[in-house]
Design a binder for this molecule. Structure first.
Ligand code: NAP
Ligand code: HSE
Length: 433
């Protein structure tokens, strides 16, 4: 028997219990022993839970799980940094095999926990932390171990992708779409992590560990969420032949030598309609990886929710259980080798840009905008003024630029934003190239 202690029984924990029950005999045959969840830690013992849970196994006492020497595997699906970090540290030190889907914890303390797990000779598995049910961690760690990764770009937050899709395709408001995502179990306990980009940044740190062997300070990753994307931006993007997506982007311009700063950022982006990422809608996630020898590779699937995430978490339970039974615990964790890498300043990054200026419709305004851009070397590719404003009623002037340095763009937008002819701060969205 593989005895499991489950820390947390919400959306993901509930899915794990359901999936283990539904596939019990198949999983038993695969592992060579039945998998049994013997303890389940929660905060509120009276909350309604999935029907498959034997409520006698619920506890609110961490000691009942962490102090149980008979457990083989600890599965952490509580979320947050504390007390999860302390619980996993203790479980590692006690020689337990570990599974977690907690990308926030991994992004902030993943390096330290992995080192600890290596020293103790246990596995720390985290397939559920990025991309829900998409097996991206295994692909980067194992399947692409022979290659070096030049870049990756991904839609890695299901809630944001769901909201952007519902706003664009069905005209829902941001608030209504977020409520739906929460009801479906996609959002974090604090949905600000989803819509302000923090969750995607955490996932980017985890992906960079696997793709580049990078140990990063996630706080340095330039991060923007989707709150500023308005329905009018979806309409203009469509007119120019693009779709607005929320992306996590990473580039290693160091040739795979494992040194130098990495370009990393999280933000909304215009993606050309015929690009694969443009057609990843709703809760789907996708990660486009560019291997130096492999070339492009796209992984896609359901990126959030109980069952997709449970698929990844239970697969990890199976792997660490088999490793333990075979006496090779710790191998998967030893395969991850990390070295500190810096994050390149955003000012140095080059991209194409979408600008939307809300300006008063006065003679000479367009010349002043294009002048401010031209003075800083920002070259315009396309420009549209929609409708007719007046001296007092603003109108949208929207443009796409050629490839330009971010520092020049920021300087031009600051100058334009401070002028008397704009009604609100300019909106800028980068274009994926
Ligand atoms: P959730 O629905 O909020 O569930 C959290 C569970 O942990 C609840 O059962 C809660 O107990 C318990 N818990 C939280 N803090 C606790 C504490 N201090 N002591 C004891 N129990 C505690 O969250 P979730 O959506 O399942 O997410 C769990 C983790 O998986 C997070 O790290 C999240 O980022 C990650 N994740 C989520 C998804 C997704 O689609 N939802 C996908 C991938 C990864 P009560 O039930 O009593 O409140
Ligand atoms: N809140 C996360 C999302 C859950 O929406 O992508 C999956 O990690």
């Amino acid at each position: 028997m593989i005895r499991v202690g489950l820390l947390g029984c919400g959306t993901v924990g509930g899915g794990v219990i359901q999936l283990l029950r539904a596939n019990a005999s198949y999983l038993e045959a695969r592992v060579g022993a039945p998998i049994d969840i013997v303890r389940v830690l929660v905060r509120d013992p009276d909350k309604e839970r999935v029907a498959e849970l034997d409520r006698a196994r619920l506890t609110t006492d961490p000691e009942a799980v962490l102090g149980d020497a008979s457990l083989d595997v600890i599965v952490e699906v509580m979320g947050g940094v504390d007390p999860a970090r302390g619980y996993l540290t203790r479980a590692i030190d006690a020689g337990k095999q570990i599974v977690t889907a907690n990308k926030m914890l991994l992004a902030i303390h993943g390096g330290e926990l992995l080192e600890r797990a290596k020293k103790r000779g246990v596995d720390l598995a985290f397939e559920g932390a990025v991309g829900g049910g998409i097996p991206v961690i295994r692909v980067l760690r194992d399947a692409l171990a022979s290659d070096t990764i030049a870049s990756l770009s991904g839609i890695v937050n299901g809630t944001s992708n769901y909201i952007l899709t519902r706003m664009r395709q069905d005209g829902l408001s941001f608030e209504a779409a977020l409520k739906e995502a929460q009801a479906k179990g996609y959002a974090e306990a604090d949905p600000g992590l989803d819509v302000d980009g923090g969750d995607a940044a955490h996932k980017l740190v985890v992906l960079a560990m696997l793709a580049f062997g990078a140990r990063l300070d996630g706080a340095q990753i330039p991060t923007e969420g989707i709150r500023g994307v308005e329905p009018v931006d979806h309409a203009f993007a469509e007119r120019f032949g693009y779709v607005v997506k929320h992306l996590a982007v990473a580039k290693d311009k160091g040739g795979g030598a494992g040194a130098g700063a990495l370009e990393l950022r999280v933000h909304p982006a215009l993606v050309a309609k015929d690009a694969p990422l443009a057609n990843i809608n709703g809760v789907l996630n996708a990660i486009a990886v560019e291997g130096r020898a492999l070339g492009p590779c796209l992984l896609s699937g359901r990126g959030a929710g109980d069952m997709p995430t449970a698929v990844s978490v239970v697969a990890d339970v199976v792997d660490v259980a088999i490793a333990k039974k075979s006496g090779v615990s710790g191998q998967s964790t030893r395969a991850i080798r990390l070295a500190s890498r810096a994050v390149a300043p955003l000012a140095d990054v080059e991209s194409r840009y979408y600008f939307r200026f809300s300006v008063y419709d006065r003679p000479g305004v367009l010349a002043r905008i294009t002048g401010a851009l031209g003075e800083r070397g920002v070259s315009i590719e396309q420009l549209v003024q929609q409708g007719r404003g007046s001296e007092d009623v603003p109108v949208d002037v929207v443009m796409l630029t050629h490839e330009t340095k971010e520092s020049a763009v920021q300087a031009a937008l600051n100058a334009i934003g401070a002028s008397d002819y704009v009604a609100k701060p300019p909106r800028m969205i980068r274009v994926l190239s």
